[in-house]
Unconditional design. Sequence first.
Length: 496
Amino acid sequence: MSLTLGLVIFLVGPAFAEGPPPVSTTAAAPAAPAVASLLGDDALKDLDAGVSVRCTSDGASWGEHRAHTRMNPASGAKLLSTAAALHALGPEHTFVTRVLGRHEGDVARDVVLVAAGDPSLEGDDLDALAQALAARGVRRIDGGLVIDISHFAGESTPPAFDAKSTDAGYRPEVPAFAVDSGAFFATVSPARKLGDPVRVTTSLVAPSLLVDNSATTVAGKAIHELVIEARAAPGGRTRLVVSGKLGKDARPQGVKKRLADPARVAADLFARALARHAIDLDGRAHLHPSGDPELDRAHARRLSAEVRAGLSVLAQVTSQPLAEDVARINTTSNNFMAEALFKQLGVAGSPTAPTGPATWDRAAERTSAALTALGLPPDGFEIINGSGLYDGTKVSAAAMTRLLQLEAADTAPARAFRESLAVAGRSGTLRARLKKLAGKVSGKTGTLDDALSLSGYVPAKRCALAFSVIVNGAIGKRAAAVNRAIDRFVAALAAL
C-alpha cells in the first residue's frame, strides 16, 4: 500500500525544528478554517482537543490548536511504540522460539522450550514444534519439560493496566510465552430444549482453562440475564463462569476474554501438541520462573550455562517479519502484540544483541530514546506503555504529526510504518469510516471512555498532509458524534 495512492513524498532540507507552542491556530494557516470548524462542533463542547496539520514535504504547519500539549491518544500510542520498534529492530526482524535438549534414539532429555516473547505466536506454531520433534524421531521426553519464560522479567501486567479491572480480552497479561494474544473467545448458545444448560465452546481447550456453566435456556430471545465472566483460579488457571439465562431464540453470544496466565495455557497446549504427534511427555510442562523457590532452583540447574552448552536445537519456529506484526498491531489495534513488541525493546544489552531479560522500565527508556533519535521533540511525548491503554502514554498532536512527517521518508522502516495503518473504508478500525475517501486516507484510531484520537495521512491538492486530532475529557456516549466530527475535519483537509 502506498502512502496516498501514488502520491510520492520526499523529505527535503534539515529536520524541521518546532517553534514555541502557539495557543491556537492562526487565520493564515491553510487548514485554519477546518480546525476552527472542528473546535466549534457541538460534539466537542467542554472537551479538550489538540489538533495539528502538517505538510509532509516541508514540515510546515497548516493549522493547529493546543498542538504542543501532551494528551492521551489512547491506542494512537501504538504509532509511537511501533515506529520505535521498526527503527530499532528493522522491518525484517524475527523472533525464534526454540526447543533445546539431548536427543538419543527415540528419547529426548533435558528438554527446554526457550520462549522468545514472539508477539504473534499461535497454536499452530506449537503444533509445528511438536511435529518437528516427531520428524526427528523423538517419541518420549524424559524428565519433564521446562518452558523458559525468563526473556521477560517482572510483572506480566503492562504499565497502567492496573487502572481498570476487567476480564475483557483487550486487557491481556503479557508474558514471554503466550498464544492467541493472551485471550480466548467464548461462544454461548441456547440449548434445543427449554430448561437445558446453554452450550459453551471456547477457542482454546486446555486443562488450565476451566468452564463452570450454570446458565439455562429459557423461552424467548432474552440475552440480558446471561452473565459470562473469566476469573483467575489457583495454579495459573482461568475459570470461565457462565450463569443466568439465555433465550432459546436468541443468537449465540460471543465474547473475548483474557487469560489469567497465558503462559500456563500455552504450556498446556504444547503438551497436547506433543501428544497429538505421539510424543510421550514423562512428567509435566513446567514454567520457569514459576514462583516456587524449590522448583525454580531445580530448573535453574537445567537452564545453567554449562548444561545449555551441551544441548542441541531440536526444533524451532520463526515468527513472521516484524513489519507484519506491526501491520496487525496498527490495523486492528492489538494490545497484546503492541505490549509484547514494546517490551522486546527493554532487553538487557541491546534489542538486536540481548544479554538479559526485558523490563517494562527499560522498554520505556529505549522507546523514548528511539523516538528522540528519530527526530521527535523530547518534551512532546511521555512513554508509559506500548498500547495506549488507560492513563498511560501521552503525546502532543504536533509531536504526532512530526512523527508522521518523518515516516513519509523513502526508507524500509518508514514504508513498513505507513503500510501498517488502517485504510479508510477498507481495512481495520477505519473500515467503516470516511467511506467517501475510501483508499485515500490512512491512519490509526484511539478509543477510550475519556480519550479519542485519529492520526494519519490525507492527500490535499497542494501537499500530502499529516494530521492528528486528540480529544480528552468526559466523552462517554458522545464517542460516535466526536468521531463523525473528526471525519468531517479530515474530509475538509482533503478538499484543501
